[in-house]
Ligand binder design. Structure first.
Ligand SMILES: Cc1ncc(COP(=O)(O)O)c(C=O)c1O
Length: 305
């Protein structure tokens, strides 16, 4: 990661200097991708810094670790407290990204990772602004298919899964697009390389099922709540590729990307080619929530100071 983060990282229960946080070359995760991780955002607002859905992210880290029998020695609450402590120690005052990871350490070269295999947990943080530039993005449908639950489950936020996302991203960037949308093994819409997808048609909002190879996105769930509170109907269902070319609006959701309208897909304009009204109202409400301006959603925020 080229970002040089805060001075300290949290490493197995201790705050250590960034440059002293090292792992041996035999670390299993380096060889086989046996890491589960999270991506969390903290927002500078109102003279404070607010971490968005901190404990929910740590709970997902636990669910990911469980599937691969990667033992995680700290509870979600302990990891949440450690994150606050880390941001305080780093004197964080600006909007930041937080990356917790749990990985298999000196297990040897065999593949039988069990709950007794040695693991480490690290939390790092670095300043972070907007992920996608501009008002709307150009996306393509990838020629790569999303990994399927019967292979390496996409419901698990595991490092190895991102090789699939990397291939799709490289292809989209080579061809001049901002992002790729992957289909599942059966040809239905799954998700983007690092975001969940929502499609608006006939005033309803649709998003794929988890069984369509989508991650259980925390922003996805947040958006479903916001949309329903705004009076929109959100329906989980399979989405055919062609519906992307017929959609009134498309938007992607993710911690890094936040809520980003797709205004062009495979050179078809989405709707008018500008952000649609439903996307805008959800995006604006999300922006209010993360900057502590929506009282009714304050429980999603953890203040650092
Ligand atoms: C493949 C993939 N799908 C969806 C998401 C969105 O998840 P979340 O909203 O929890 O960040 C992410 C981002 O972490 C992702 O990498």
């Amino acid at each position: 990661m080229k970002e040089k983060g805060g001075e300290f990282v949290w490493f197995d229960g201790k705050l250590v200097k960034w440059e002293d946080a090292r792992v041996p070359i035999y670390t299993h995760a380096l060889h086989y991708g046996t890491t589960v991780f999270e991506g969390i955002r903290a927002y500078a607002a109102k003279n404070n810094v607010y971490i968005f859905r901190l404990e929910d992210h740590m709970k997902r880290l636990h669910r990911s670790a469980r599937v691969y029998s990667i033992s995680l020695k700290y509870s979600a609450r302990e990891l949440a407290n450690a994150t606050v402590e880390l941001l305080q120690e780093n004197k964080v005052k600006e909007s930041s990204y937080i990356r917790p990871l749990t990985f298999v350490g000196l297990h040897g070269i065999d593949l039988n990772v069990t709950k007794d295999s040695p693991t480490h947990t690290v939390i790092i943080t670095f300043p972070f602004a907007k992920y996608f530039k501009g008002e709307g993005i150009r996306a393509c449908v990838s020629s790569w298919r999303r990994i399927h639950d019967s292979m390496t489950p996409p419901l698990v936020k595991a490092a190895g899964n991102y090789l699939n996302s990397i291939l799709a991203t490289q292809e989209s960037k080579r061809n001049g697009y901002d992002e790729s949308i992957l289909l599942d093994s059966y040809g239905n819409v799954s998700e983007a390389s690092g975001e969940n997808i929502f499609v608006v048609r006939h005033h309803n909002i649709y998003t794929p099922y988890f069984a369509d190879s989508a991650l259980e996105g925390i922003t996805r769930e947040t958006v479903m709540t916001i949309a329903e509170d705004l009076g929109y109907k959100v329906i989980e269902r399979q989405i055919a590729r062609t519906e992307l070319y017929m959609a009134d609006e498309i938007f992607l959701t993710g911690t890094a990307a936040e809520i980003v309208p797709v205004t062009n897909i495979d050179c078809y304009l989405v709707g008018s080619g500008k952000e649609g009204p439903m996307t805008r109202s959800i995006r604006e409400m999300y922006a209010k929530i993360v900057s502590a301006e929506a009282k009714e959603y304050m429980e999603w925020l953890t203040p650092v100071w």
